[in-house]
Design a binder for this molecule. Sequence first.
Ligand code: NAD
Length: 395
Amino acid sequence: MTATFTAALPANFTTAENPIRIGQIGLGGGIAGSHLNEMLANVNFRVVAGCDPNLLDPRAKENANRVETHGGKIYATHQDLLGDPNVEAVVIAAPHVTHKSLTLDAFAAGKHVLCEKPMATHPDDCRAMVEAQQAKGLIGAVQMQHVGRNSMLALRRRLQEGTIGRIREIFLTSLWWRENAYFERVGWAGKKMINRQWNLDGVMMNQGIHYINQMLVIAAPGNLPAVATARNINCALYRFHDTPALEMEDAAFITATLETPDSPRMTALVTTCYRPERHAIDIIGEGGRALWNGTGYLFADGKPLEEFNDDNREFDGSSRVFNSFAAAIRTGVAPITAFDKIARTTEFILGCYAAADWRISPAPWDQVEALPDVHHRTMQGRCLPSELMPRPKWA
Ligand SMILES: NC(=O)c1ccc[n+]([C@@H]2O[C@H](COP(=O)([O-])OP(=O)(O)OC[C@H]3O[C@@H](n4cnc5c(N)ncnc54)[C@H](O)[C@@H]3O)[C@@H](O)[C@H]2O)c1
């Protein structure tokens, strides 16, 4: 494999002398406070504005107060925020279906964009965002904090160096836990469409996207055109939760290859039905094995070779993504979660829905325990994911 994993971030980069003057779009959500924490503590940023259409919401109000305390202005609409000449970049912390339109408006106003995941829920929208970004010569990045984790970057570097040889198989297990109340907390959670737009808030587009993206990066790193088409994908979708708020899948089994030379076979299970939560990416190469399980290991001949520790700190990854966004704006180097790279993850997930024929089978909770077991046997080629429940068409 000759491609490169692009994780360029100038060593010791700082723009503390000239911090990015940033505005936050969306102040009231669960993620809004985390972004403010990050930016207020990060010398590379100065929060100069914030907006939310619902400033009466207690959380939005609290975050608006924080922005004002630090000298920032608060607006009721994103149009007003984008009209502020002091704002040079925005971070978007609003629901999925707003990502495309907010991004296009921001680019039209000449602002750089760091957008929450999913970048958008349809490949056409992602393409429009990439085109607008390139036409304007601005920076577009996605807040995918796991991409920036130390262990992931170190492991990717080792894989690129060829430490385990050509990669043959990648097994992703991404087990999350969400209760019914999670899907009942806001109107868009778990829904297929919102305002006649694709919302697709299932486990693949929401939680699983972080690790599906990692799997794709490992399978087709760097600048290879990693567009996965539906004919390479098998996918079975299930719904275990029994709240009407959840219309989408909460468990997905995926097997796929990419239309790239020497693509490894990928096998994935992503679910929000399993606790304790745990995540692992097992990578089998011709000359060894690498396991990412929150930190990351390399094995040779079955024996541990090296461990990469990132203290399990998701938030270090978040800082790195923010810093890489700042570096991209000041130096022009590509951010580690550049729009054109992350867009392929949305394309892949849409391919999964197409491969499953958009069919989500109901599944009873008493089968939850079987999820990792079915996945494990799938990994070993001993069964199909469809063994779990009614057979999908392709099985
Ligand atoms: N990276 C991560 O790990 C992570 C974690 C949580 C959420 N997210 C993502 O963040 C996004 C928001 O999630 P949430 O749970 O915080 O949502 P939420 O619905 O709880 O909050 C969204 C906020 O955005 C505001 N908003 C809506 N439309 C707006 C607009 N046009 N302009 C400005 N503000 C607007 C709402 O009033 C609300 O305050 C989602 O896309 C989600 O996937 C990412």
